[in-house]
Design a protein around this ligand. Structure first.
Ligand SMILES: Nc1ncnc2c1ncn2[C@@H]1O[C@H](COP(=O)(O)OP(=O)(O)OP(=O)(O)O)[C@@H](O)[C@H]1O
Ligand SMILES: [Mg+2]
Length: 374
């Protein structure tokens, strides 16, 4: 490389250093987001590695880097290859199947507020953005993900190692108690059995490589939530609420539970707060406004999204094709935006999380002999 070229390359790196990752507030060079940079006859090309394919500021970040590099004297053209590498929650190292990078729980204190709807559409929206995603229906009393995801009449196969191979629907890997029981049979299980069923779903399902595993929790703050949070490090919880005050007081209970279990709160989703009139298109608030804002202020967490009350959501759930797959639907767009906000929060929480300290026992004479043999 001649010295002129070297100076140009150095100046390009300096220009890129002026660009910040907006959430982590650090420059993109120090964060190692720029890779494979090359400069040939004034043409600069590099990979820009985001922490999630669902980054809400992807276009702005690309434009900022493009403009910074273009300003460098001597640069003729710039080619940016946008790509992603979802970071693994450090606490998941050495725990559970190695391929799972982040576990997101979707919960609420109250039933019927839309947890399953949000979980299915969130998982699918993340997959549509290019992430590899799994969905675990942990509502063992009333599993309805198989129907919502359109695979209600199927059951998963068991591999030669006795591990369950999850079904795949719309590119999302899915496991649910619903696959293992008769659709109409009630589940009358005791606490310890529930615990083992949920933990088994995490450990004995061939999830493969997943950027995100979304867990649809049953309503309330009971056994399943406790056992899950104790068996698996959850990167964060998404709280779902409707604006009525009764749902809000329940979501506060759920928030308190997650806080106690040291599960970070990613934010709150307000579901069914507004209704867009199909005739005039005007959006009106059905219940009192500001409920999610109250939760957000009390727990210092962001509002991740507002999903309108939309009859299409209900129909989509029943027909097995989640609404986020619909084109030209404002509700689908609301779910896509929600997924980007969740992914961005996961990146931030994951970057701040410290690995669990694993005490390594002192090497024995036997270990040393083994080491010498390798
Ligand atoms: N935004 C929405 N617009 C219209 N209907 C919705 C919306 N969100 C959810 N629903 C409907 O409300 C009902 C309850 O939703 P869902 O099953 O997702 O709630 P849940 O919180 O998971 O319930 P449970 O506590 O029983 O698990 C479903 O019939 C669903 O289709
Ligand atoms: Mg549900």
């Amino acid at each position: 490389m001649n010295s002129e070229q070297e100076i140009l390359e150095k100046n390009v790196w300096e220009a890129l250093k002026t660009c910040q990752e907006p959430e982590l507030r650090k420059d993109i060079v120090s964060l190692k987001m720029i890779q494979n940079l090359s400069v040939k006859e004034g043409v600069v090309s590099f990979d820009y590695i985001l922490t999630t394919p669902a980054c809400p500021l992807k276009m702005e970040m690309e434009a900022e880097a493009m403009s910074a590099v273009r300003k460098v004297p001597g640069v003729v053209d710039v080619h940016i290859r946008m790509s992603h590498d979802v970071k693994k929650d450090p606490r998941l190292e050495n725990v559970l199947p190695p391929g799972i990078k982040n576990i997101i729980a979707v919960g609420s204190g109250k039933g019927g507020v839309g947890k399953s709807t949000v979980s299915a559409n969130l998982a699918l929206a993340l997959a549509l953005e290019g992430a590899s995603v799994g969905l675990l229906d942990a509502d063992i009393y009333g599993p309805n993900q198989p129907q919502m995801m359109g695979v209600g009449n199927q059951s998963p196969e068991v591999g030669p190692d006795k591990k369950i191979i999850p079904l795949e629907s719309f590119g999302v890997k899915l496991m649910s108690m619903g696959f293992l029981m008769d659709a109409d049979a009630p589940v009358i299980w005791r606490g310890p059995m529930l615990h083992s069923a949920v933990v088994q779903f995490l450990k004995d399902v061939v999830w493969g490589d997943l950027d995100y595993l979304v867990i649809d929790l049953p309503p309330g703050t009971g056994d399943v939530q406790l056992s899950l949070c104790q068996s698996a490090p959850i990167v964060g919880a998404v709280l779902v609420t409707t604006p009525q005050s009764i749902a809000l007081s329940d979501v506060r209970k759920a928030a308190a539970m997650f806080e106690k279990l040291k599960v970070p709160l990613l934010g709150v989703v307000e579901n069914m707060g507004s209704f867009a009139c199909p005739h005039c298109g005007k959006s009106s608030h059905i219940f009192s406004e500001g409920g999610a804002r109250f939760v957000s202020e009390k727990y210092q967490i962001p509002i991740l999204g507002n999903i309108p009350l939309d009859p299409a959501v209900c129909q989509a759930g029943e027909s097995g094709r989640p609404v986020v797959t619909f084109e030209k639907s404002a509700t689908a767009e609301a779910f896509r935006s929600l997924a980007r906000q969740v992914a961005a929060r996961v990146s931030v929480v994951s970057a701040k999380t410290k690995p669990i300290e694993i005490k390594i026992k002192a090497a024995t004479a036997d270990d040393k002999t083994k080491e010498a043999m390798i």
